[in-house]
Write a protein that binds this ligand. Structure first.
Ligand SMILES: [Zn+2]
Length: 246
């Protein structure tokens, strides 16, 4: 069927010079990570202003770690078949890179290599006083909150708190990707938060096209193809059409 949206999406990917993806919480829910902003999600249980800001961390890092300790459960999550499908497309030269708002490293665990995490990551930690960086492996098995082995200060996860700037390097890399793209796959995000909110507009403004994969689409009328449904199902169907095994 020619008007099957999956086929239409596959044709867009095949015809594009440079396809990139923008992903958010919705791509990880099927890996068992609830959307932090959802009802019952992390931010309904921990006030973002009290637990989710750099200011709060500076005032009382031990308190903020009560929230981070819960967040740490996501490092055990496994990538789903949608993550795998994106990695397979990159491997096949059909996806140039992924910009993600997620901090769960699931794209990398699935095998994706060019991933920009502009909200940071839970895979590493920094000691603010001495600026030493530590991998997650140092934290595992340690009592929480973890302390810097050198100066005993409480370590900060390398996630971007609400009142922090997006790291300049991540912002630059994502802008580079967006400016070169003629096709953007928006998946599992409502594009409500800057700078992600402007990426679809930028791609459209430079003559590119959008594919949206969302259970509740937000780009109807802007996206060339809307795949309304779950990330795993839509991404695997797309990969199958592009004849890539997942
Ligand atoms: Zn230190």
């Amino acid at each position: 069927m020619v008007d099957d949206p999956i086929v239409a999406a596959a044709r867009l990917v095949q015809g594009a010079n440079k396809t990139i993806a923008l992903t958010g919480a919705g791509v990880s829910t099927e890996s068992g990570i609830p959307d932090f902003r959802s009802k019952g999600g992390l931010w309904s249980r921990f006030d973002p202003m009290e637990y989710g800001t750099f200011g709060a961390f500076q005032r009382d890092p031990v308190k903020v770690w009560r929230m981070v300790a819960e967040l740490l459960a996501i490092v055990e999550a496994r990538p789903n078949k949608g993550h795998m499908a994106m990695a397979a497309l990159e491997e096949a030269g059909l996806l140039a890179g992924i910009i993600t708002q997620n901090i769960d490293s699931l794209h990398q665990k699935a095998g994706s290599r060019n991933v920009v995490e502009f909200h940071g990551t839970l895979a590493s930690f920094t000691c603010l006083p001495c600026q030493a960086g530590y991998p997650l492996s140092l934290i595992k098995g340690q009592a929480l909150p973890p302390l810097c082995p050198r100066c005993r200060a409480v370590l900060k996860p390398d996630v971007v708190f609400f009142d922090e700037e997006i790291p300049a390097a991540a912002l630059m890399r994502s802008r580079d990707l967006v400016h070169q793209a003629d096709l953007l796959i928006v998946a599992g995000t409502s594009c409500a938060v800057e700078p992600a909110a402007t990426f679809p507009e930028t791609v459209l403004a430079q003559g590119g096209k959008l594919i949206e994969i969302n259970k509740e689409p937000v780009l109807t009328g802007k996206a060339e193809v809307v795949l309304k449904g779950g990330f795993v199902q839509m991404m695997t169907e797309l990969a199958v059409w592009l004849q890539r095994d997942v």
